[in-house]
Write a protein that binds this ligand. Sequence first.
Ligand code: ATP
Length: 340
Amino acid sequence: MTSITVEHVSKQFTQSTKDGGQRVMALNDASLKVNSGEIMSILGPSGCGKSTLLRVIAGLIAPDSGTIYYDKLDLQSIPLQERGVGMVFQDGALIPHWIAEENIGFHLSLRHREDEVPARVARISQVTGFGLELLLERKPRELSGGERQRVGIARALARGPRVFLFDEPFSNLDAKLRSQARIELHRLLNEFPVTSIYVTHDQGEASALGQRVAVMREGRIEQVDSYDQMYRNPINLFIATFIGTPTINLFEGVVRDHQWQGANFGGYPLRPDPNDGKKVLLGVRAEDVVFAPGGVLARVEMATSRFEQRRVELELRLGDEQFTMIGDIGEGFRVGDHVP
Ligand code: ATP
């Protein structure tokens, strides 16, 4: 299997404006290492450079500076036909006038090995539990969005890729189909391990599929870690507020006698180095805010039921501070109530 190394890669684009053009830094000294056989998810706000990074890794666009390595080889030095990149896009990118079987067999037929297609299709169907065989005679316009994506994945897999790159493949699917397709892909990647990079907006998808997650911001890689580790130990405020839904609660406070003291509550021990008077933001996840006997009273500003998760999200106000907590769906919270 192949490792992927991105070393100090930058890429600018020129965008046309009314007064000529402006330069946009899509990648700004981005570096990343994806281990051989690893599945890495890439997450980040819209426009942070995720797709550009994937395209540079695929060799579809050349960086202005920096280098991509497949194992120890500079990608630019590997002939196109030997790169072995399997790519799956949002729209499937199937050839419209070919039936699914021809699309899946495209790379094999280039090597005169189209007779291997039925066995590969049968194996993929067996692993995913999805009846790919039933779609083989259909053209892309006769397939649903979910079916098109499955054919796209089968096509990329059928060529036996060295690296597998996904650019939001399921973003056009509804939530249920999306979660089904994600499970199928997970099974496939377990069965046919390939070094994979998966770009997505969806944190659930990123954490479910990626063994590690790289979070990007303004063309740079900000943190690479397991989702759980990033959730619990974000390296900075950007990661803390980007990772997790609802967004982490932040409370302003100061250090007093090595303790954190906020406007409405405090007395929490801190590590010894911050001096008295230093301002410190306290981050508390919504699920870590609990009702406690003798605790401070907060006013319910909004109660949003999440029936599918059997919980309610409460927006609470305490003096000038606003924060979120997770409540029990059966409690019947109303706006204006004071809790606990
Ligand atoms: P999204 O999540 O919205 O798909 P992204 O994180 O994938 O965004 P990119 O598509 O990589 O972001 O774009 C990064 C930046 O580069 C954006 O500001 C985008 O407008 C710009 N950009 C990308 N491709 C081009 C291009 N071909 N020409 C001009 N600007 C581009």
